[in-house]
Design a protein. Structure first.
Length: 230
């Protein structure tokens, strides 16, 4: 009986060590430089800068413990205030914020192709997002009741990147969201969401590429052969 209890104790100890290692690994951000700490207001100002960047591409990819979450690849091409969204290699929408025009490709039915053309007179874009990548957890403290912590800075793919953390003030800080933000441009490069007392995470890499979008990439879709719905 003592031998069995001893074996069970050893197994339990090994499991505890493995769980502790797993927990540390999924929360570890590398060795961060904390010399130039930024306030929440300074980070918001940096994010606002990223919102205005004129030329970039991104295609977010989310992963969790068992691999990729995204089954559909969505790509966004942004240049000179024009945004084209491509889903699995096909144009999904095209928006020209200069002329307040939006085109949505609605698909095909009974051999006919459909698209809609509309104006943006009554459309209000989320002013706390970078063309679809939301940062209101940081900027809207009142609505989301979030605490804020600057974690530090490190190099990611050769670029200076700051890491900040927010969490609900009424809940545990380990259930948090981390944002990796490019220090030069203000782009959100990556977002990590922790749940279940910090034991589970969803890691979203935005896969941003700057200054790569051409005029051809954002060309207005050819609607010849489409039935247009207003």
């Amino acid at each position: 009986m003592k031998k069995v209890l001893k074996i069970l104790g050893i197994i339990l100890a090994i499991l505890i060590v493995l769980v502790a290692i797993y927990y540390v690994v999924i929360h570890f951000d590398g060795f961060l430089n904390k010399d130039n700490e930024m306030t929440r207001e300074e980070v918001i100002e940096l994010l606002e800068k990223g919102k205005e960047y004129p030329n970039y591409y991104y295609s977010s990819e989310s992963t969790w413990l068992f691999g990729k979450i995204d089954e559909i690849k969505t790509e966004r091409y942004i240049k000179d205030n024009i945004v084209k969204v491509v889903v699995d290699g096909k144009v999904d929408s095209w928006t020209d914020y200069n002329n307040d025009e939006r085109i949505s490709i609605l698909g095909e039915h009974d051999g006919k192709k459909y698209a809609s053309v509309s104006n943006l007179d009554n459309f209000e874009e989320n002013d706390q997002s970078q063309r679809g990548f939301d940062y209101s957890l940081i900027s809207d403290e009142e609505t989301f009741n979030t605490d804020f912590k600057y974690l530090g800075e490190k190099q990611v793919d050769g670029r200076d990147t700051i890491i900040v953390k927010v969490w609900n003030k009424d809940w545990v800080s380990v259930d948090s969201t981390k944002f990796y933000i490019d220090k030069e441009t203000g782009f959100i490069m990556r977002r990590v969401d922790y749940t279940a007392l910090g034991f589970f995470k969803i890691d979203c890499n935005r896969n941003v590429k700057m200054d790569v979008v051409t005029d051809e990439d954002i060309q207005r879709p050819d609607l010849e052969g489409y039935e247009i719905l207003q």
